[in-house]
Design a protein around this ligand. Structure first.
Ligand code: PEP
Ligand code: MN
Length: 263
């Protein structure tokens, strides 16, 4: 069902007037994790000042170590919902348990399925059974074919509002956290009719590479770029090394716009 052979026209995912896949390039930004109402509000205000509405933030954080911050859970979703209302934002947040999907749709606008859960088939089926857009990330070691099959799980349950997100894959290269597979973007656009996004934060793990990879993503045809922003990355409870602070976020937008690749 997600194949270009089945449907020639691009799928457009409408996020409260902010369409993804309609030819307009979008930025999805926000903190790695929801830490407090004040923290999310600070980022939302900075985004709003630049005309951005698509706010991300993790409430359920799938961390490599069980001793790392696991997220605020339901309280995090409640914070996102409150900020979305107050600042007129569209909120995107990762859900990790199939049993939380029904509850989550009451609070957020987009369900994110993270890299670690790309082949959690029960989660994919649960997300496919609700009427809410899904942002599906490519698995850490997933082939493009496996990624497309994961999307197919969601659509096969009736939900066709899916965005695919390339977020880097595991290779032997250690200079970046993952290896951004930039050619996955045109391949996914050829093979499927779904919008394709690039997450520059988790693919590189390096703040100095966010701008060049965002330019590359738009140059190669990505519909949107995702990057993390935190009011004070030094004290962030996760991904401290690669989140942008607010002045850096503003410079990022300025330079991306000046490059002519983001309009
Ligand atoms: C995230 O976007 O918050 C995240 C954890 O990313 P990924 O699933 O791509 O590692
Ligand atoms: Mn992160």
């Amino acid at each position: 069902l997600v194949s270009r052979k089945k449907q020639k026209e691009n799928t457009i995912v409408d996020l409260k007037g902010e369409a993804i896949g309609d030819g307009q390039q979008r930025l999805i930004m926000g903190p790695c994790a929801v830490e407090s109402y004040e923290q999310v509000t600070a980022v939302a205000k900075a985004m709003k000042a630049r005309g951005l509405k698509l706010l991300r933030g993790g409430a359920f954080k799938p961390r490599t170590s069980p001793y790392d911050f696991q997220g605020l859970g339901l309280e995090g979703l409640q914070i996102l919902q409150r900020v979305a209302k107050e600042q007129d934002m569209v909120v995107i947040s990762e859900i990790v348990s199939p049993s939380d999907i029904e509850m989550a749709v009451e609070y957020i606008d987009v369900i994110q399925i993270g890299a670690r859960n790309m082949q959690n088939f029960e989660l994919l089926k649960a997300a496919g059974s609700v009427n809410k857009p899904v942002l599906l990330k490519r698995g850490l070691s997933a082939t493009i074919e496996e990624f497309i099959h994961a999307a197919e799980y969601i659509v096969s349950k009736g939900n066709s509002q899916i965005m695919l997100c390339e977020r880097g894959i595991r290779t032997y290269e250690k200079a970046t956290r993952n290896t951004l597979d930039i050619s996955a973007v045109p391949i996914l656009k050829q093979e499927t009719h779904l919008p394709v996004l690039v997450d520059v934060t988790h693919s590189t793990g390096r703040r100095d590479l966010l701008l060049p990879t965002a330019k590359a993503a738009f140059a190669i045809g990505a519909d949107a770029v995702m990057a993390e922003v935190h009011p004070d990355p030094a004290v962030a409870l996760s991904d401290s090394a690669q989140q942008m602070d607010i002045p850096t976020f503003n410079t990022f937008i300025d330079e991306l716009t000046a490059s002519g690749l983001y309009k």
